[in-house]
Design a binder for this molecule. Structure first.
Ligand SMILES: [Zn+2]
Length: 442
């Protein structure tokens, strides 16, 4: 940082958060980027609903966006992939490794954030004095000390009961901002209230009704559905609050629900069909038609989750605040059927990692399908939109053909500075492990 910026920064920081609250007249014409991340969404399950007219906003949005199959990587695990999205780099470069890889090599999980050895987008932007609001990104605890506000991926635990307040305060940067968010906990602590407020399905109850003699609490992932749904509701509330009350250059938030739901969704498929489907795999008689039918069935079951996603997307895109804003909507991966079930990892080697979705919408976006877009391309493209140099050793490319911006391509080496510090709370660590075990990550 040069001296002039340093002085400017000090003045801004001393006056509070280093960013302006709404209405302070920062102007609507400055370029902004908003990332909305949804885990586990694939076009394979979205498309049937679009075709049936059940996701009208998403349909319209795709027609008015540059979009594509979001090429992902193996190992297709969310911590690895979302870190690649934020850094533009491979797992081996950014240092956030696959959990099973760590386990195999006798390394203790979870990892601390200090293992990320490459700067994330918001850190690079911060070094250019650009402000960010970052909410719930994978492997982001403790939060980075950026210009702006960051809620780590442990902040969501505010929706749980009996969580230590001091520990929660440390999920927020700057910690003084915590107080402004505390009131949001109330509307998200009660599962039944969250279900009725969000309109999300009560899969827990449905399972117990449709599976007499069985207990939803014992089904992997579904067993912790109540907690996870409150987490996403908490993220939704906090994201809305930050979006409405701050005016940052960059905004990124992440929702986990589409992935979580798909980890147990096959329990809700028609039982007779499932028998037939399983038998086809067993007897080597699986046909593309039968697989297609299964995907359509899952797609239909996911409608309430995707409708929720659609509402979130609409809220941000239609906001009066986002005049000169570039939206990137993405998912780290989709899901595939294979003879072991329905998943995004542990797939047979010969099967490709299932692509996620990608949409870019904004004033100078060239609408239409992008033939080649992948998880490494987000970071370089965001930097180019801000007319900043792309990281020299980033593994992706600027999505030039999808932009009419004509910002010059420049490169620079960005080094990781020590931003985050502090210890990981032991209870958080325990709960993280429980959740990761439930989804089969470790
Ligand atoms: Zn998953």
């Amino acid at each position: 940082m040069d001296r002039r910026n340093f002085i400017k920064n000090s003045i801004i920081l001393s006056s509070g958060l280093g960013l302006s609250y709404c209405g302070s007249g920062t102007g609507q014409d400055k370029i902004k980027v908003v990332i909305l991340g949804f885990d586990g969404v694939g076009w394979a399950t979205v498309d049937p609903l679009i075709r049936k007219g059940k996701l009208p906003y998403l349909k319209k949005l795709r027609e008015n966006s540059a979009w594509g199959d979001f090429k992902t990587i193996k190992p297709t695990k969310s911590n690895v992939v979302w870190t690649s999205i934020a850094t533009g780099k491979t797992m081996l470069k950014h240092g956030i490794m696959d959990f099973s890889y760590l386990k195999k090599n006798g390394i203790k999980v979870p990892f601390t954030k200090s293992q990320r050895v490459e700067p994330a987008l918001w850190q690079i932007l911060s070094s250019y004095n650009k402000s960010s609001a970052v909410i719930n990104w994978w492997v982001s605890h403790p939060p980075d000390k950026i210009k702006g506000v960051m809620l780590s991926d442990q902040f969501r635990r505010m929706a749980q009961n009996r969580v230590n307040r001091d520990a929660l305060v440390k999920t927020v940067h700057p910690q003084s901002f915590y107080e402004k968010l505390e009131h949001l906990a109330q509307e998200n602590k009660n599962y039944n209230k969250v279900i009725s407020r969000t309109g999300l399905p009560d899969f827990f109850k449905i399972y117990n009704k449709t599976h007499p003699g069985k207990n939803a609490a014992k089904v992997p992932v579904l067993g912790i559905y109540k907690r996870l749904i409150k987490h996403d509701a908490m993220v939704e509330s906090a994201s809305r609050y930050l979006h409405e009350n701050l005016d940052t250059d960059f905004f990124a938030t992440y929702f986990r629900l589409p992935d979580i739901t798909q980890h147990f969704i096959t329990h809700f498929m028609d039982k007779e069909f499932k028998k037939k489907f399983k038998a086809a795999y067993k007897n080597g008689k699986m046909s593309p038609e039968l697989e297609h039918e299964a995907t359509e069935m899952v797609s239909e079951l996911l409608l309430p989750i995707y409708s929720y996603m659609e509402r979130v997307i609409k809220e941000y895109i239609e906001s009066e605040k986002n005049k000169n804003t570039y939206f990137m909507i993405m998912s780290d991966h989709g899901f595939s059927f294979y003879d072991g079930g329905y998943n995004h990892y542990n797939l047979p080697d010969e099967m490709a990692a299932p692509d996620g979705i990608f949409l870019m919408h904004g004033p100078k976006v060239r609408n239409g399908k992008i033939p080649d877009v992948g998880v490494y391309d987000v970071a370089p493209t965001v930097l180019n939109i801000f007319d900043l140099p792309v990281g020299k050793n980033m593994d992706g490319k600027v999505l030039k053909s999808a932009l009419k911006l004509n910002n010059r391509l420049r490169y620079k080496e960005y080094k990781m500075k020590k931003y985050g510090e502090g210890k990981i709370n032991e209870n958080f660590q325990k709960e993280d492990l429980e959740e990761l075990k439930s989804i089969g990550y470790i």
